[in-house]
Ligand binder design. Sequence first.
Ligand SMILES: *Cc1c(COP(=O)(O)O)cnc(C)c1O
Length: 369
Amino acid sequence: MGNKELEYVQEAFKTNWIAPLGPHVDGFEHDLATYTGAGHVAALSSGTAALHLALILLGVGKDDEVICQSLTFAASANPIVYQGAVPVFVDSEEDTWGMDPELLEEAIKDRIAHGKKPKAVIPVHLYGMPVKMDEIMAIAAAYDIPVVEDAAEALGSTFRGKACGTFGQLGILSFNGNKIITTSGGGALTGNDEALIKKARFLATQAKDPAPHYQHSQIGYNYRMSNVCAGIGRGQMEVLNERVAQRRANHEYYLNQLGDFPGITFVIEPEGFYSNRWLTTILVNPAESNGVTREDLRLALEKENIESRPLWKPMHLQPVFEAAPAYENGTSERLFDQGLCLPSGSNLTQNDLDRVINIFNEVMQPQKV
Ligand SMILES: *Cc1c(COP(=O)(O)O)cnc(C)c1O
C-alpha cells in the first residue's frame, strides 16, 4: 500500500458509502480512464467478472467458439465455459510469449472451415509484456472478430505508446492481491463504446430495469466493485508509476546479474514494447546450462525459503480443457518446461534480490562454491 489508501477508505466510512457504488467507484473509474486513455471504464469485483461480462456483451452463448491464448492463467478461459461456449486455444510466439499471430490466423481459417466462426479472440499480455497487438488486431479485423484484451497483468504496460487494455473492442484489468496494484480483489472492464460499458454496469448490478419496484428483463450479476475497495484503488493509482518503476528495476537487476549465465535467457522488450515487468521471468535451457534445470533452481531457492514458480501451465495441457480444440506450435509447452517466475514484489530490498542472486551463483557455478 501507499500512503493515501487508508485516507480514502476512511472517507468511505465517514460518508457511509459502504456499497457497490459511490463516489470512489466513479473516481476510480475516472482515474483508470485517465491513466490508460480508455474511453470508458466499469469498476468490477474481479478481472474474471470483467471477462465474463465482456463475453456476454459480445453475445457469446451456448456452443459458440472463442479463441483464447493457451499460455495464461485459467481465469482467461474459464468465463468462456461459464457461457456454455467452447474455448479454442492458440499457442504463443517466442519474442513476447503472447499469442502467435500466424497461428491465430490459421486457427480462425480452420474453425471457419469447420463451420464455426469464432465469436471473440482473447490475447493475454503475459507477465506485463504486450502481445504483438498490431498483428493480432489486423487479423481479427480482417475476419471481423472482436478482440477482448486480457490486460490483467499489464496495467502500466504500453504498446507503441498506447496502454495495454485499450486496443480491443473490450479490455479487462485485475486488481487482485497479486497484481501490480490491488484493491484486495477487483477488476475493470475498459472500452471505447460507452453503451457497452454502461450495459456492463447494468448487468453487474443485477440488471434492474428502471422501475420503483424490482423488475428484471435480463439475467444480472453481482459483479460491481464496492466503494471501499475503490477507495483503496484510488490510493493505489497514486503509486502505480512507482510500482512499475520498482518492478522494472527488479528485472533490470536480475538481467544484469544473471543474464550472462549460459542457458539463462530473459524476455527482451522488442522495439515499441514497454512492459510493467509485473513478474520477472527467465528460461533455463539445460542443453546450454551444463544440465542445470529450472527445477534445480526452484528447489534451491525453496530450500532457502524463497518462493519461485514455474510459468503458467498452458491451458491446452490442463486436464479440465483436455477436449478443447488447440492450435499448437510447441512454444508454450517448452516455455512451461523451462520457465521460472522469480521473486518480483514491488517491495523487494537489495538484500532480498542478492539472496536470490547468490543461490543462482551457487547452483550455476558449483565449482566456485
Ligand atoms: C489475475 C488474472 C485474471 C483474473 O483476474 P481476477 O481479478 O483475479 O479475477 C485474468 N487473467 C489473467 C492473465 C490474470 O493474471
